[in-house]
Design a protein around this ligand. Structure first.
Ligand code: PMP
Length: 417
């Protein structure tokens, strides 16, 4: 740790009071140098499982043949674009590739601004959208020292614990309306509403399905576009569909993707409606040295193959439903749990210190995460008060893995009652 601080400086952070030093990954497991195995219930990047042999093989095979950029003809990028776009509504007919989710969101913003001729951006209160200058100022979850951009406005998360589900659609749409007026009051036109479609950082809000659609109508009526950030939600995690936006019965203008696409290899990108991309295409040329290279495309294809062959979306649904059911049983026994929510293998468990006032149990949640780590189960927290346990394992997670997690959580919560 001293070596890290000396070499990497002060901005990096580690997980857990007692940080882990893992040396190997396999399926849903992370393994340390002594062979101790930790159940990974947090890593949505390794969606088809850590170090999946088919993905590793595809990567090595293509790396041994050719790796170059997109200014030469290559069928790899076309085959992958075709395959990826086939998973989307037909209106999203163009794909562009980047290396990170941040670049995908940054590109989406530029595309949205070129299309609308506007600058304003609306995001949620505790969103994270990326690491570039334009996104750091649109990522309030980075902390209180982050200054939001002057063209950025935030809306409250659709908090289903504190807002009645039947009011949620109106509530969220009204918040977006208010943000638009706020921008317009200082002469800024809205370019986009950008949201993570499962509200990963805000606290994991997936229900009721469809609640997002009204807000999307509102931004469109004001001349803006809707950008669905699928960096966390996407690629089958929610169990019913490959993409989180699908549960809201809407077609985004731009979809941004990242993390799981390459199962750990840096592969990300956007899908976009041709009419939305047209202005950007006229104004700019797009070149990304590594984005869309043949190795990345081979990896992306292999990930989609494994997802299909091993039916991992169906597994996310089956195991996710089971895990939420078991967590609901824990809720009946532990006063700390105010809500179990989510879809497929994206689950939030909200901890409160008082079920009447719904006071967020921030310190307890931090303890719980560390105690779970000591019991060799890895998870994290979400939400402005970091009181929501975030459970987001590789999609190969089994019922036995779910049982292990629930048993550990039961024991840990018992120490807090
Ligand atoms: N959007 C969301 C919702 C994310 O969670 C992240 C990464 N945590 C990003 C964008 C940025 O992706 P990357 O770290 O690959 O740049």
């Amino acid at each position: 740790m001293q070596r890290r601080a000396r070499l990497l400086g002060p901005a990096y952070r580690l997980f857990y009071e007692s940080p882990l030093h893992v040396t190997r990954g396999e399926g849903a497991w992370l393994i340390d140098g002594k062979g101790k195995r930790y159940l990974d219930a947090y890593n949505n990047v390794a969606c088809v499982g850590h170090s999946h042999p088919a993905v590793v093989e595809a990567l090595a095979k293509q790396a041994g043949v050719l790796n170059t950029h997109t200014r030469y003809l290559h069928t790899g990028i076309l085959d992958y674009a075709e395959r990826l776009l086939a998973t989307m509504p037909p209106e999203l007919a163009h794909a562009m590739f980047t290396c990170t989710g941040s670049e995908a969101n940054d590109l989406a913003l530029r595309v949205a601004r070129a299309h609308t001729g506007a600058e304003g951006l609306i995001i949620t209160n505790f969103a994270y959208h990326g690491v570039t200058a334009s996104l750091a100022e649109a990522s309030p979850s980075l902390g209180k020292y982050v200054k939001l951009g002057h063209t950025v406005r935030t809306v409250p998360a659709p908090d289903t614990l504190r807002i009645a589900p039947e009011r949620l659609s109106n509530y969220f749409a009204d918040s977006v309306r208010h943000a638009i007026s706020d921008l317009q009051a200082v002469g800024i036109k809205p370019a986009a509403l950008l949201v993570d479609t499962v509200f990963s950082s805000d606290g994991v809000y997936t229900d009721p399905p469809g609640f997002l659609a009204q807000a999307v109508e509102v931004i469109r009526q004001a001349g803006g576009v809707f950008i669905a950030d699928e960096v966390q939600a996407g690629l089958g995690r929610t169990g019913d569909s490959l993409w989180g936006f699908a549960r809201h019965q809407l077609v985004p203008d731009i979809v941004t993707m990242g993390k799981p696409l390459g199962n750990g290899h840096p592969l990300a990108g956007i899908a976009v409606k041709p009419e939305v991309l047209a202005a950007f295409g006229q104004q700019c040329r797009y070149f990304n040295t590594f984005g869309g290279n043949p190795v990345s495309m081979a990896v992306g294809m292999a990930v989609l193959d494994v997802l299909d062959n091993e039916q991992l979306m169906a597994n996310a649904k089956k195991v996710g439903d089971y895990l939420r059911m078991e967590l609901n049983k824990l809720q009946a026994r532990h006063q700390l749990i105010a809500a179990v929510r989510g879809a497929g293998l994206f689950i939030g468990v909200e901890l409160v210190s008082n079920l009447d006032t719904l006071t967020q149990a921030t310190a307890v949640a931090a303890r719980v995460v560390n105690q779970m780590r000591d019991r060799q189960v890895l998870l994290g927290t979400s939400g402005e008060h970091a009181n929501i346990l975030k459970i987001r394992p590789p999609l190969v997670f089994s019922k036995e893995n779910a049982d292990q997690l629930v048993h550990a959580l039961d024991c840990v919560l018992a120490t807090h009652s």
